[in-house]
Design a protein around this ligand. Structure first.
Ligand code: IPM
Ligand code: MG
Length: 355
């Protein structure tokens, strides 16, 4: 078996965490006999530097030829502080999501027993949390019409959703709920937004096809409180693009660090796997970034795109072992911590041992 994987390290800490992910994939390849063909591409600020655009044709064609995409992170502060920048690294990620039709972003949130004391939230509240967020990824306010007046006194962003965009991700979320604890929570702002009211209507209709799944809805402001006060109440969360972006950063606090959360962005043909943490430019080049979310994204890739369930589980167990042995980076433990590559090597060695 041969599998082509596009490697897009991106910006900031992306290349560093990607290195560790590649170590893990090397071991999987050696042990399983599967040959992975890697092709590297530039995306984000690094692509702007080289080609003048954040998702250049070269990278697009690498993605087109691949069976799956591993992506690090995107973003550079020099663009964040320039509201007039003509081109932005983040546009590369958005273009890529749209071009590949990666409409469902799946973000699992669970606590690791070894980390419950590192979260700022009380142990009894977070211990045993296990839910997954289905975030719509190619619609809503991210992709609606936007603009600014010539005199820069007025700007607008439009949020719009077509019923088809809501339906396709809803079906995925309901199917996942059926495999889990059969609870689905729609997060919206239906007391204010027309798009949210459409989401409610569509989800209520679809729910008739999944009678075994209990559906509830929460307004996003209330939900963001409940995620922190009673995270164990959630099983599958379904939500639109921007609400999903915000609540998943919030939910990462439960796990102890933003550096722990992997994600899969699923489309009709190809899927992309990325940590949710972003480029974290302050840490870039220092060897302190947490590689676990990236490594866990590899695990998601192996199970979702290549059906390598055992390998995927072994990676998760290796990460778990690292946590239990306090082999963690500074984001998790301020006093006792290890470098990015040390943690990556440790997990890789553990994987060899468990295989
Ligand atoms: C994420 C990120 C992106 C998003 C940014 C980098 C455009 O925050 O994947 O959550 O907002 O979707
Ligand atoms: Mg985000």
């Amino acid at each position: 078996m041969k599998s082509r994987i596009a490697i897009l390290p991106g910006d900031g800490i992306g290349p560093e965490v990607m290195n560790e992910a590649l170590k893990v994939l090397d071991i999987i390849s050696q042990k399983s006999g599967i040959k992975f063909d890697f092709e590297k591409g530039l995306v984000g600020a690094s692509a702007i530097d080289e080609y003048g655009e954040p998702f250049p044709d070269q990278t697009r064609s690498i993605c087109d030829k691949s069976d799956a995409i591993l992506f690090g992170a995107i973003g550079d502060p020099k663009y964040d502080n320039d509201p007039k920048a003509k081109v932005r690294p983040e546009d590369g990620l958005l273009e890529m999501r749209k071009y590949l039709e990666l409409f469902a972003n799946i973000r699992p949130v669970k606590t690791y027993e070894a980390l419950v004391d590192f979260s700022p939230i009380k142990k009894n509240i977070i211990s045993g949390t296990n839910f997954v967020v289905f975030r719509e990824l190619t619609g809503g306010i991210y992709f609606g019409e936007k603009g600014i007046s010539d005199d820069r006194s007025n700007a607008f962003d439009t949020c719009s959703y077509h019923i088809n965009e809501i339906e396709r991700i809803s079906h995925l979320a309901f199917k996942e709920a059926q495999k889990r604890n059969k609870k689905l929570t729609l997060i919206d702002k239906a007391n204010v937004l027309a798009t949210s009211r459409l989401w409610r209507e569509v989800v209520q209709n679809i729910s008739k096809n999944y009678p075994d799944v209990t559906v509830s809805s929460l307004f996003v402001d209330n939900a963001s409180m409940k995620i922190i006060t009673s995270p164990k109440d959630f099983d599958v969360i379904l939500t639109e693009n921007m609400f999903g972006d915000i609540i998943t950063d919030e939910a990462s606090v439960i796990t102890g660090s933003l550096g722990m959360l992997p994600s899969a962005s699923v489309g009709h043909n190809i899927s992309l796997y990325e940590p949710i943490h972003g480029s974290y430019p302050q840490a870039a080049g220092k060897g302190i970034a947490n590689p676990m979310a990236m490594i866990l994204s590899v695990s998601m890739m192996l199970s979702h795109s290549f059906n390598l369930l055992r390998e995927s589980e072994l990676i998760e167990r290796s990460v778990d072992e690292a946590l239990q042995n306090s082999i963690v980076t500074v984001d998790i433990n301020k006093e006792n911590n290890f470098s990015t590559s040390y943690v990556g090597d440790w997990i890789t060695n553990k994987l060899v041992e468990l295989y």
